[in-house]
Design a protein around this ligand. Structure first.
Ligand SMILES: C[S@@+](CC[C@H](N)C(=O)[O-])C[C@H]1O[C@@H](n2cnc3c(N)ncnc32)[C@H](O)[C@@H]1O
Length: 217
């Protein structure tokens, strides 16, 4: 397993972190998908769309205040960043798209749920499934995964050899889509049959990791 380097937390966590009652069962599913992506089914996709169609009207109002904190810290401290195309997978309502675009001016923002995606102001929006990314082999220099399922084969297929994966969980280890960084790293290594390394940190209520092929610099 490649090296994981943890940087000191610089953005403190305020009191009042929300609790998501569904987190434990959702984390089991997220971990199962990261380790066994072939278990993804039409029924699961339908359930995602049903759930996020319900949440879409209140997403920004209820959750917009804290979601960008770990990603902003990752983009500030996790570089250097390769130039080129970025795939924002599971972009939701686009809360994070402007931050990403500050680093990668060309961003394709993809989501499975039209009710979420249709609210996004992103320039290039695609309705699609992360298990089949609509991008060519080695076409992206970055893949951003902020609280979405990991389909490592697709991430590895679409990334250039020097590309980066940016992972974040806005509620850290308590986020419904949280998967331990060791598991994310292991899934990327298994999919690529190469060594990867990661830099990670906590920020606010969340955590982030930046993963690259090769050993830590
Ligand atoms: C927790 S929300 C995160 C949204 C956004 N990244 C944010 O941080 O505000 C998860 C999003 O991922 C999308 N999603 C879940 N599974 C997906 C899949 N297989 N392919 C594409 N999008 C997916 C959902 O529709 C939802 O919009």
């Amino acid at each position: 397993m490649g090296q994981i380097t943890e940087l000191t937390q610089v953005v403190p966590a305020d009191p009042g972190k929300p609790v998501r009652p569904e987190a434990a069962s959702s984390q089991r599913t997220s971990r199962e998908l990261a380790e066994h992506p072939d278990t993804w089914s039409h029924e699961q996709a339908d359930e995602v769309v049903r759930r996020y169609t319900e949440l879409a009207p209140v997403w920004d109002g209820d959750r917009g205040g804290y979601r960008s904190v770990p990603l902003a810290d990752a983009l500030q401290r996790g570089g250097p960043w390769p130039d080129g195309l970025c795939l924002e997978v599971g972009c939701g309502t686009g809360l994070l798209s402007a931050l990403i675009q500050d680093v990668w001016p060309k961003v394709i923002s993809l989501d499975l749920t039209w009710a979420m995606l249709s609210r996004s102001p992103a320039a290039w929006r695609v309705l699609g499934d992360a298990s089949q990314l609509p991008a060519g082999d080695a076409s992206a220099q970055a893949v951003v995964l902020a609280d979405v399922p990991l389909f490592a084969d697709e991430v590895v297929r679409t990334l250039t050899p020097d590309g980066v994966v940016v992972w974040s969980n806005a509620l850290g280890e308590d986020a419904p889509h949280h998967v331990p960084i060791e598991t994310v790293l292991g899934a990327l290594e298994k999919a690529s049959r190469e060594d990867w390394s990661a830099v990670m940190s906590h920020a606010g209520w969340g955590l982030w990791a930046v993963l690259r092929r090769g050993e830590a610099a």
